[in-house]
Design a protein around this ligand. Structure first.
Ligand code: NAD
Length: 521
């Protein structure tokens, strides 16, 4: 099947997957074998739309489990690093077909374990498939460079080599896509991996692992250890034999990980929080801007690192925008994401729901106007889940807590500004720098925004969410430490550049010292 046929979109609507609501005891995968945690303890994974639905139980693993996983991955690295990249690429080609075949099942289970509607979880799986397709191509490229030498009869080149065991720690909001962003380039480059998914969304990584094994990857090259961040995540980061750590999650945990890894001089990639803005200029196509703000504000229940939780609007169109935005938010259908027509799911957990409701109280106390929503939903179809109404605040000041802090819920702050220059100033006056969007018909303003907005991603006339797998993804300022996932940047992170000099002159030629210029004949 061609990639474009594979991508044929299925829009909103019910899941077509007939999956029994089974409950299963899942295991770790360490040293090529399924096994329980050494503690014997498990934790429950429940459907956030209906907590009476137990998805399964997963091991609460320990430092000993991590030690065994790293030991196995280290042993496997000794030979996996020598497998030619085109050979690894063929495994990725098989993986693409397997993921495509199971896409609906993965999406159904992802919606069941973390709540976003089925059309979004299909997108999450598709992003993993796209990342695998990119890996296939990279297996035949992995370009190095050749450059001229300053000395005659000498050849200079660079090439890329794998590094070792990569420790991967992932969040819950993109339960399959984010693990693939890390795991696929790491494996393609010839590294082995130990991954710990978020405790709330282990099943999607369990599904991914099964696909990888079915595709023929040697079992020892990938280890999955389930459990708590403070135990398993910590142990992966601190382990002396994980020279590479890739983390996506909150700024608070990112800082801890950074300080644990720094003394060991590890290579660490951090993709952290965001508080992203959409700028709406007086000349914007307002209906388009409203669609984008609904999608970016309430998609994944606002639980995306790239969610647009700040909308900065020029005063000339502010009132009209707000009216249209509220009208559109009223049309969102909130419920269990595997059901027909649902456009917004629950928050991922009780804890996240409480955080959202607390921030809504803070917004009210700080003087913002609650223009829409603001409550927990408790009707018959919501009573067993963690549902919050899509919420819009207006009259927000740029420095209010609800305008500055990452809530990670369906809460959008609208900030009115006098003009475009003030909009840019307000947009940048924040610690984060992941994504931004600008709506304007003026090409000059669009390019100025691209230049001046302090974010790793800028969208012109589109929503702040929607990164493509082959483009660099990551943030500026407090959103990370400058690395990029996606596309070619990931391959640079997961490999070591080596420089090689080949001298066939037969004499000792000393760079910078000998001035050897071939003589005229
Ligand atoms: P989190 O920081 O709570 O957890 C992320 C992962 O780290 C989980 O697997 C968790 O178990 C683990 N962890 C927790 N404590 C740890 C510790 N002390 N040592 C090692 N690992 C530890 O984040 P979350 O709630 O899962 O995800 C939401 C956050 O992730 C938001 O801030 C969001 O913006 C961010 N995020 C960022 C991106 C990005 O690419 N920039 C993408 C998605 C999510």
């Amino acid at each position: 099947m061609s990639p474009s046929a594979a991508k044929a979109p299925k829009k909103e609507g019910k899941s077509t997957y007939k999956f029994p609501h089974d409950t299963k005891k899942y295991q770790n995968f360490i040293a090529g074998k399924w096994c329980d945690s050494s503690s014997g303890e498990v934790s429950e994974n429940r459907n956030p739309a209906n907590v009476t639905d137990l998805v399964g139980t997963f091991p609460r693993s320990t430092k000993e489990d991590v030690d065994r996983a790293v030991k196995s991955a280290k042993k496997a690295f000794a030979w996996w690093r020598l497998v030619p990249p085109p050979h690894r690429a063929k495994m990725f080609y098989r993986l693409v077909d397997i993921m495509q075949k199971n896409k609906e099942m993965y999406a159904f289970q992802m919606t069941r374990e973390m709540g976003k509607p089925i059309f979004e979880t299909r997108g999450d799986v598709q992003e993993g498939i796209d990342t695998a397709l990119y890996a296939c191509g990279e297996g035949y490229r992995m370009f190095g460079k050749t450059v001229p030498s300053e000395l005659p009869s000498k050849f200079n080149m660079t090439t890329r080599f794998p590094i070792g065991v990569c420790g991967l720690v992932t969040p819950w909001n993109f339960p399959m896509a984010i693990p693939t962003w890390k795991m696929f380039p790491a494996l393609m480059c010839g590294n082995t991996v130990v991954i710990k998914p978020a405790e709330i969304t282990p099943l999607s990584v369990w599904n991914l692992l099964n696909a990888v094994l079915e595709a023929g990857f040697p079992p020892e090259v990938i280890n999955v250890v389930f459990g708590a961040g403070s135990k398993v995540g910590n142990a992966i980061v601190e382990h002396p034999d994980t020279p590479v750590v890739s983390f996506t999650g909150s700024c608070a945990v990112g800082r801890k990980i950074g300080s644990l890894a720094a003394p060991k001089l590890k290579r660490v990639s951090m993709e952290l929080g965001g508080k992203n803005c959409t700028l709406i200029c007086n000349d914007a196509n307002l209906d388009l801007a409203v669609d984008a703000c609904i999608w970016a504000g309430f998609g994944t229940t606002g639980q995306r690192c790239t969610a647009s939780s700040r909308v900065i609007v020029e005063e000339g169109v502010h009132d009209e925008f707000v009216e249209k935005f509220i009208k559109a938010a009223k049309k969102l259908k909130v419920g269990y994401g595997n059901d027909e027509g649902i456009t917004m799911g629950p928050t991922v957990s009780e804890e996240q729901m409480k955080t959202d409701l607390e921030y809504i109280e803070i917004g009210k106390k700080d003087g913002a106007t609650l223009a829409f929503g603001g409550k927990r939903l408790t009707g018959p179809e919501h009573k067993n889940g963690w549902f919050v109404q899509p919420t819009i605040f207006t009259d927000c000041k740029p420095k209010m807590r609800t305008s500055q802090e990452e809530i990670f819920g369906p809460v959008v702050s609208v900030i009115k500004v006098k003009n475009y220059d003030q909009a840019i100033e307000v947009a940048n006056d924040i610690e984060f720098g992941l994504s931004s969007a600008v709506f304007t018909q003026d090409v000059n303003k669009a390019y100025r925004a691209f230049r001046d907005l302090e974010t790793g991603l800028t969208y012109i006339n589109s929503a702040t969410i929607g990164a493509e797998a082959h483009m660099p993804f990551g943030g500026m300022k407090g959103t990370g430490n400058g690395h990029r996932e996606g596309g070619w940047g990931a391959y640079e992170f997961y490999s070591e550049t080596k420089a090689c000099y080949v001298d066939w002159s037969g004499t000792l030629q000393r760079a910078q010292i000998d001035d050897i210029v071939p003589k005229k004949k």
